[in-house]
Write a protein that binds this ligand. Structure first.
Ligand SMILES: Cc1ncc(C[n+]2csc(CCOP(=O)(O)OP(=O)(O)O)c2C)c(N)n1
Ligand code: SF4
Length: 287
């Protein structure tokens, strides 16, 4: 090949391409997330997991609510929906019921899914609706300035608990498991390989699959709670994380200062899903 300025430039452009480029919307970047925020790592695991599943991307839909986490859907080069506060789950269930061949994935924040959206998520789990939910739990309402969330650990500081939080936090994994979820896991954003693998499994699992991911939020949670850089929070995760698979999620509450239990807690793929039950009545009604 004759070496020209043009083909050197083409080679450089080619080398700069990332293998996951096709799953991202480059026209939407740079993203809005703060320096040190863990959401970029979580999104990176997510696109890699999608690629690993081998599912035709035309058969994937991603739904988010609002907040910093909710912005993730806008960066994906897939069929994505940035919905209203707390309504990602009913939107996702509607998509799945209308087109059962779709793999529908909800990617949203702890405030969005378990505060205003709390009623929807417990009923989606109760029905064992065949969707995947990835919940980024940064222990706070990030985007709106660090207000107390139902996940804020007891004693933690937030903009609306200036003397420390007096309310016990939800254990999200226990909540969805006790409601009926058949796949439940928790990782921090530091556990990238495990998180990626678990995301792949959750997307392929039939039934209500739930992954809680803990990313650092140095800006609104961290700076009020001695983790003013992303690195400090990651160091905390590194020091405190203990991996336990196949446990009852009730034994894995998040209490700051204690060991932080992560792992694939529940994987019971044989439970009938909402789709299975609907298919059964459609067969009966045809008789
Ligand atoms: C109906 C409604 N009420 C309030 C808001 C304001 N709001 C925007 S983001 C947000 C908090 C989101 O928290 P979380 O889901 O934990 O996401 P994070 O920003 O922490 O990733 C709230 C209350 C809104 N957008 N819509
Ligand atoms: S406020 Fe927190 S969650 Fe939101 S982008 Fe900044 S660091 Fe990330």
């Amino acid at each position: 090949m004759i070496v020209t300025k043009k083909n050197i430039e083409d080679t450089i452009i080619e080398a700069k391409k990332h293998p996951m480029d096709h799953l991202l919307r480059w026209d939407r970047l740079p993203h809005v997330w703060c320096s040190g925020c863990g959401l970029g790592s979580v999104l990176s695991c997510f696109v890699q997991a999608i690629a690993n599943t081998g599912i035709d991307t035309k058969k994937i839909a991603v739904v988010s609510g609002i907040g910093c986490t909710g912005r993730a859907s806008g960066y994906l080069n897939l069929d994505v929906f940035h919905t209203t506060h707390g309504r990602a789950i009913p939107f996702a269930i509607g998509l799945k019921l209308a087109n059962p061949d779709l793999h529908v994935i909800v990617f949203s924040g702890d405030g969005d899914l378990f505060a205003i959206g709390g009623n929807h998520i417990i009923h989606a789990a109760r029905r064992n609706a065949d969707i995947t939910v990835i919940c980024s739990n940064n222990f706070i309402y990030g985007m709106t300035g660090g207000q107390l969330a139902p996940t804020t650990p007891i004693d933690a500081w937030s903009s609306t608990s200036p003397y420390g939080n007096v309310e016990p936090a939800f254990n999200l994994c226990h909540l969805v498991y006790s409601a009926g979820a058949n796949f439940v896991a928790r990782w921090t954003s530091l556990n990238v390989r495990r998180l990626e693998k678990t995301m792949e499994e959750a997307i392929l699992n039939k039934g209500f699959s739930f992954i809680e991911v803990l990313p650092p939020c140095p800006t609104t949670f961290g700076r009020r709670n001695d983790f003013d850089t992303g690195l400090k929070m990651l160091q905390y995760f590194n020091d405190k994380t203990v991996i336990k698979h196949d446990i009852d999620p009730k034994d894995a509450p998040i209490i700051f200062g204690d060991e932080l239990i992560v792992g694939k807690f529940v994987d019971k793929p044989d439970q009938p899903t909402l789709d299975d039950r609907i298919a059964r009545i459609s067969v009966k009604s045809k008789k």
